[in-house]
Ligand binder design. Structure first.
Ligand SMILES: [Zn+2]
Ligand SMILES: [Zn+2]
Length: 292
């Protein structure tokens, strides 16, 4: 019994620490600012819909440190242990000689490049799309849609990002001054990109993903599919030929053809059920092929 109490105490302590850390409070602050401001900016009817509540549940799941505590932190510790034991040669620590701020900038760009390709993979490979479709299922994107990601989708992206972390040496990041500003600023920009706004950021839009740029990625129109995959930087799309820099508002948002339910828990089960269905259909097809 005392082990259970210890475990509960640990969870509560970690949750309080995560929720009250300077970064988390600032992240919650910028999100609250965006939620308060965006309805006024766009005065959209139906802003306070059920999908917004689902997005809010995701926001607390990720910003509140629940995902990090349950999955990201233990998996990251496990991967580090595997590399240390079986592939220490991968731990190149390439940023070791650089100033921490410069090292962090290089790592940030490398991670964003990996995120770009991971994002493309989630659209290109059907099993991964089942997970990523949840992000696209919101038909009225807002700042909170920035957090509407299935845990499996984030887990996959975290795995891909582990590559630059290992090769470049993430420990250098720990000493970066102003990291507590960089994290909320990144959250702010990525959440802003999900607001249904026509802001292009002017010349800065050639570098950063703006709301006008990212809303094309969330479009339900076929002409916009497989466009504007960038997460923080928009130049990857120009470099790899996936950019559609139109600033016209898509006629509709969402993931056509995907019957994603509008509930946090049911969305958690959605890709798992989809994969099981696909497996059953594949084995039934192979039985039919053998019989004919
Ligand atoms: Zn996507
Ligand atoms: Zn998005």
């Amino acid at each position: 019994m005392s082990e259970v109490q210890d475990a509960v105490t640990l969870v509560v302590t970690k949750a309080i620490a995560a929720w009250t850390s300077r970064e988390a409070l600032l992240c919650f602050g910028v999100m609250a600012l965006l939620v308060v401001l965006t309805p006024r900016l766009r005065s959209a009817p139906g802003y306070w819909n059920r999908g917004l509540l689902t997005d809010a549940a995701y926001t607390f799941f990720y910003l509140g440190g629940i995902f990090s505590f349950l999955a990201a932190a233990p998996v990251s510790r496990g991967l580090n242990a595997v590399v240390a034991r079986h592939a220490p040669f991968l731990d190149l620590d390439l940023l070791a000689g650089l100033h921490p701020a410069l090292g962090f900038a290089v790592l940030f760009v490398a991670m964003d490049l990996c995120s770009y390709w991971a994002h493309r993979a989630t659209h290109a490979w059907a099993p991964l799309w089942l997970f990523h479709a949840i992000h696209h299922s919101q038909t009225q994107p807002t700042a909170l849609t920035n957090f509407r990601f299935h845990a499996g989708d984030v887990f996959f992206r975290t795995l891909v990002q582990f590559v630059p972390f290992t090769l470049l040496g993430a420990p250098a990041v720990a000493g970066v001054p102003l990291l507590w500003i960089t994290v909320p600023l990144t959250v702010f920009l990525e959440a802003l990109a999900h607001c249904d706004l026509g802001w292009t950021f002017g010349p800065l839009g050639a570098v950063l993903v703006s709301p006008a740029f990212h809303r094309v990625h969330h479009s339900a129109e076929p002409r916009h599919h497989h466009r504007n995959y960038g997460i923080a930087f928009s130049f990857w799309d120009r470099l790899f030929g996936t950019a559609d820099p139109t600033v016209q508002r898509p006629a509709a948002y969402g993931a056509p053809g995907m019957d994603v339910p509008e509930s946090f828990l049911r969305q958690l089960a959605y890709p798992v059920v989809g994969l099981a269905r696909r497996r059953r259909a594949d084995s039934a097809a192979s039985v039919r092929r053998r019989a004919s």
